[in-house]
Structure formats: C-alpha cells, structure tokens
Design a protein around this ligand. Structure first.
Ligand SMILES: *Cc1c(COP(=O)(O)O)cnc(C)c1O
Length: 389
C-alpha cells in the first residue's frame, strides 16, 4: 500500500510531478544561459498569471510575509496613512508590518469572525483622511473568508489610495484581474495556489506603485527588500542579461517556470472555474455532513479553502483520525476560535478525486470519533456538484 498521505492544507499544497522533477535537477550557476532564459520566462509569465500586462514582477527568495514586507517597505514613508481592510490574522500582520515602517494605520475590522467589513464602512473611513495606500487580504487563510477585491479596489482608487492585495492564498486560484481591477500591488508566495515548494516571494507592482516608489523622499529602510536592489536584477533577467544582487534560488525558479507553464496551459479562466467548482463540491459535502463554516455567508467563502467548525461533541483530535484515513488537513489559526474549527486547502493542481478522497477521509474520521453520521452523505453531495461540471 502507498504510505504517502494527501496534503490538503492551505499551503504548502500538493505539487505536480513535473514541478518536483525541476526541484531535483542538478543546480546550475545563476548566470548559466539556460537559467537566464528560464528566469526571463518566469517574469513574463507572472504578468499573465496576475493578469497585469503593464506590471513589474519581483521574484525574491523568501516567504509570503517577505512579499508583504516588500510592499510596505517600498511604498511607505514615515507618517503615511494606511488603511487595512481586516478579515483575520493576515490583516493583523499587514498592519504590524506597515507600522514597522512608520505608517499611521487605521483598520476597518470585520464585525465578527467570519464576516467582512461593509463597503460603506470602508468608504466612510477613506473619506475621513488622505490614505496613501490600503491593503486587502484577498483570502484570509485564518477564516476562509474572501474579500470583494474588485469592489474594494475600485473604492481605494476613487479615493486616491494605492491598492495592495495580499493574494497569498488566492493568486492563481481565485479570480483576480490585477490591471483591470486597478490593483497597484498583488503579491503571493510559491507554496500556495502557484504550486511550487515554499521559498519564493512573488509580487507584481503596477505603474502607480512603481512611480510612488521612484518619488520617495526617504530611502527604503529595509536593505534586503529594497526595490533599488531588485529592480535592476529583474530588468536584466527579463532582457536575458546577467545581474547579481543576492543568489536566486535556482531550482525554485526552474520549478516556478514549470508551474507557471502548467497554469497558463490550463488557462486562467478555466483555472478560476475549476477552483470554484471544486470548492462548491467541498462545501456541499461539509454542509451535508452537518458542519457549519466559519464564513457566515456562502457569498464570502473562499474557493481555495474551506473552514468548517467541528460538530457538537467533536474536537481537534479528529484531525489525527482524518490523517489516519490518509489525508492531512489543517487545524484552526484564528486565535478567537482556534480550537473550534479546521481548514481544508483545495488549490493549485487539486483534482475532483482529491476532493472525494478528502471528503471520504473526513467522514471516516468523524464517524470513528463518535459523530453520528451516515457514511456517504458528504460524498454523495460532493459527487452531485462534480457531476454538474
Ligand atoms: C500564507 C499566507 C501568508 C504568509 O505567507 P508565508 O509564506 O507563510 O509567509 C500571508 N497572507 C496570507 C493570506 C496567507 O495565506
């Protein structure tokens, strides 16, 4: 029997064999001609995946938090006002990062865990002061809530704020059209829907963000994140020339090129639709099993993960039973409800059979933990949604 478990958490995710093969290739020099070509292709393909033909991509070794740090470090000068649209833990994190660079941060909080702040409230706050930028967490991985990025970005633009989207659990899974929606910075990390092992911070900056950076009056106070160091590197590789600032993670960038090729091969529209469909199947199964979800309304549920509460009488020890049935899911993250819910990631190369395997393992785990559930209820609901596709 295979002893490999299926990894269904909100990052790292399951990676394709082609991506893993690229990780295992003998590492070349970062100035080898074939690496220069691959890095150049990666930058071109990122514009297509972010749907931002006029954007400047940055690919830097680090995690998603570095991408957030890079956005803040390069845009914020001491005393700038920033608005954080907060839907959970990663909004808190963005506020802390912005403050570190001297921003005066105002947060618009969701009224309760599992909700989003009302657009009217965000607009009312934007009216009160001159905000240089606003941040939006597209999918808050701690709650499974998706923000209405399109509407929020439009609001931000109307009031003259640069719009920064933390798309770490969203880009290449949730619909996001950076240029069309007027998003000035979108950022993510390799290990989520982009489908590459952890280690890359990915960011695309639009023309207004780059102009704001160029007009800075004070130097960027973070040496590693400073675009003054990275922009010449990105421009050089895209022009198929060599440049050095910090050694790029060669194998990760090969793997990224393979994954971006697979993403674009599928097509962004097809990919958004697949994520929607698989998410609907998972959420239908969860409902059929009698579990409530953290997002308070179906319209604000993310398509990249599902966050169900444990049913009455069941606690987090059920996660070990689900694991014993072959699937790894994640525990809670939001401090207010940490021990009351769990999280199922379904992004990237995830397939209908992964969804069915996961639902089956959750059913087994719950039943073995003593939950009164008719076997197959969740599977039947998921199958019904999948059959529509
Ligand atoms: C995972 C995640 C991050 C942090 O990314 P790391 O790679 O863990 O640093 C930030 N924001 C969101 C929305 C995430 O899901």
């Amino acid at each position: 029997m295979k002893d490999r478990l299926l990894l269904m958490i909100p990052g790292p995710i399951e990676f394709t064999p082609e991506v893993m093969r690229a990780m295992g290739m003998p590492t070349t020099s970062h100035i080898a001609p074939n690496f220069i070509e691959v890095f150049g292709q990666v930058l071109e393909r990122l514009r297509e995946v972010f749907l931002c033909p006029d954007g400047q991509p940055f690919v830097v070794a680090g995690s998603g938090t570095l991408a957030m740090d890079m956005a803040a470090a390069n845009l914020v000068e001491p005393g700038d006002r920033a608005l954080v649209v907060n839907t959970g833990v990663f909004g808190d994190r963005f506020a802390a990062i912005l403050e570190r660079y001297g921003a005066e941060v105002t947060q618009v909080q969701a009224p309760v865990v599992g909700e989003v702040p009302a657009l009217e409230e965000v607009e009312a706050t934007l009216r009160t002061a001159d905000y240089k930028l606003m941040t939006i967490t597209h999918v808050d991985t701690s709650t499974g809530v998706a923000a209405d990025v399109k509407a929020l970005a439009e609001l931000g633009r109307r009031y003259g704020a640069l719009v920064v989207v933390d798309g770490v659990c969203a880009v290449a899974g949730e619909e996001m059209r950076q240029q069309e929606w007027g998003i000035d910075i979108a950022l993510t990390a390799s290990q989520k829907a982009i489908g590459v092992p952890p280690g890359l911070a990915l960011l695309v900056a639009g023309p207004r963000a780059m102009e704001t950076f160029r007009q800075r009056k004070t130097p960027v106070t973070n040496y590693y994140a400073d675009w003054s160091n990275w922009l010449p590197i990105m421009e050089a590789y895209e022009a198929r020339r060599v440049a050095y600032f910090g050694t790029p993670p060669v194998n990760l960038i090969w793997a990224l090129n393979v994954s971006l090729g697979q993403i674009l091969g599928e097509g962004m529209e097809t990919r958004f639709e697949r994520h929607r469909r698989l998410s609907q199947a998972m959420k239908a199964a969860v409902r059929a099993m009698g579990l409530e979800q953290v997002p308070r309304r179906p319209e604000i549920g993310a398509h990249t993960l599902t966050a169900p509460y444990f049913p009455e009488g069941i606690d987090r020890s059920v996660l070990a039973r689900i694991r014993a049935a072959g699937v790894i899911v994640a525990g809670g993250l939001h401090p207010a409800i940490k021990d009351r819910y769990f999280r199922i990631g379904h992004m990237g190369a995830v397939s209908p059979s992964d969804i069915l395997t996961t639902v089956g393992a959750i059913e087994r785990g719950l039943i073995e933990a003593g939950y009164d559930l008719k076997p197959g209820l969740g599977l039947t609901a998921a199958q019904a949604v999948l059959a529509e596709g």
